[in-house]
Design a protein around this ligand. Structure first.
Ligand code: NCD
Length: 305
C-alpha cells in the first residue's frame, strides 16, 4: 500500500493509487452525496488566491462546506501582500492560525513547492494552479468527466487544442491522461503556443486544428493565456477563431459521439463558438459540477476521512 501524501501539488508527484482513489471517491460522492455530510466537521480550510478565479475558488469552498468544514477566503489583492509581504511570510502567518488545508493559487511556477517544505505536519497544501506549471484538481475533474463518458480510456482519442505552451491545464491534464493510459493523446496549437518536449512526448502533435480533430472522441479547447504571453503578441479573437476556433463544421470531423470540454473561462467567438459551447456535445457544465466532487474527494483523501 502507498502512504497517503500530505499534499496535492502536481500530478507527477502524486502516487497513481492516490489519483485513482480520488477519482473513485468523487464518483461515489456524486452517486450518493449523503455519504459526505459532516465528514470533516469543524476542520478549517483557507483559500489563498493570488490570481483571479471563479470555478476553482468557489468549488473548493463549496466542497469544504459540503463536508462540514469552515472556510476562510483570502484574496491576495485585499491582504498585506499589497503592503509588500512575501508569499512565504503570508504562508507562515496563515499557518500560525492552524488551518487543516491551505489551497493556493499563484502566478509563479513552483510557488507551492517551496511552502510544502515548511509546512507543519498537520497542514495539507493543495495546489489550485501555479503559473503555467500545474493544476492537478483540474486534471482530475477532466479525467472524471472522461471516465463518465467512456468505459475504456485505453481505447479513446483525446485532443487538447489552443494555447498549450502557457497552460497549466495542459501540463497536468496530459500528465494524468498518460498515467491513466488514455489510448491516444493529440495536441494542436498555433505557432509559439506549442507544448514543450516533455508534454509532447508520447502524444501526436498537429499544427492544424481540422486535421487534429479527425475521428477524436473528446476535444478540450483552451483559451489564450493572455496574462502569461510575456511580450508575445496575442492574435485578435476573430483571426484566431478563423484557424483555431471550434465551430460546428470543424466538430463534424470528430467522431459522432465526441464530447466537447473546456476548463473555463471561455472566450466565446475566439477558441470556441457559442453554438458549440452550448451544444449537445458540450460537457462544460458537467466539468464544473465534477469539480466540486473531485475537490471533496481530494480533501477527504488528504485528511484521511
Ligand atoms: C484554468 C486555470 O486557471 O488554469 N481555469 C480553471 O481553473 N478552470 C484555465 C484558464 O485560466 O484558462
Amino acid at each position: 500500500m502507498t502512504a497517503t501524501p500530505q499534499h496535492l501539488l502536481d500530478i507527477g508527484s502524486a502516487p497513481l493509487a492516490t489519483l485513482h482513489a480520488i477519482l473513485d471517491r468523487a464518483q461515489r460522492l456524486l452517486d450518493d452525496p449523503r455519504e459526505a455530510a459532516g465528514l470533516l466537521e469543524g476542520r478549517l480550510l483557507m483559500n489563498l488566491f493570488y490570481e483571479p478565479s471563479t470555478r476553482t475558488r468557489v468549488s473548493f469552498e463549496v466542497a469544504a462546506l459540503r463536508l462540514g468544514m469552515r472556510v476562510v477566503n483570502i484574496a491576495a489583492a485585499d491582504s498585506s501582500v499589497k503592503k509588500g509581504e512575501t508569499l512565504f511570510d503570508t504562508f507562515l502567518t496563515l499557518q500560525a492560525m492552524a488551518p487543516d488545508v491551505l489551497v493556493l493559487r499563484h502566478p509563479e511556477d513552483g510557488a507551492p513547492l517551496s511552502l510544502a517544505d515548511a509546512a507543519a505536519p498537520g497542514l495539507h497544501l493543495v495546489n489550485a494552479g501555479d503559473g503555467s506549471r500545474a493544476h492537478p484538481t483540474q486534471a482530475l475533474l477532466d479525467a472524471l468527466t472522461l471516465r463518465q463518458h467512456f468505459d475504456d480510456l485505453g481505447s479513446i482519442r483525446v485532443l487538447v487544442a489552443g494555447d498549450l505552451h502557457h497552460s497549466r491545464v495542459t501540463r497536468s491534464g496530459v500528465a494524468l491522461m498518460k498515467k491513466l493510459g488514455v489510448g491516444e493523446i493529440r495536441l494542436a496549437a498555433p505557432p509559439g503556443m506549442q507544448a514543450g518536449p516533455q508534454v509532447s512526448e508520447g502524444t501526436r502533435v498537429f499544427d492544424d486544428l481540422d486535421q487534429a480533430l479527425e475521428g477524436v472522441d473528446a476535444v478540450m479547447m483552451l483559451r489564450i493565456q493572455r496574462e502569461r504571453l510575456a511580450g508575445m503578441e496575442a492574435p485578435d479573437a476573430a483571426s484566431y477563431h478563423d484557424r483555431w476556433g471550434l465551430t460546428p463544421k470543424r466538430l463534424g470531423r470528430a467522431s459522432a459521439h465526441c464530447i466537447v470540454m473546456h476548463p473555463g473561462p471561455m472566450n466565446r467567438g475566439a477558441e470556441i463558438d457559442s453554438s458549440v459551447a452550448d451544444g449537445e456535445r458540450s460537457v462544460i457544465v458537467q466539468q464544473v459540477r465534477n469539480g466540486v466532487f473531485v475537490r471533496m474527494a481530494t480533501l477527504l483523501h488528504l485528511l484521511g476521512a
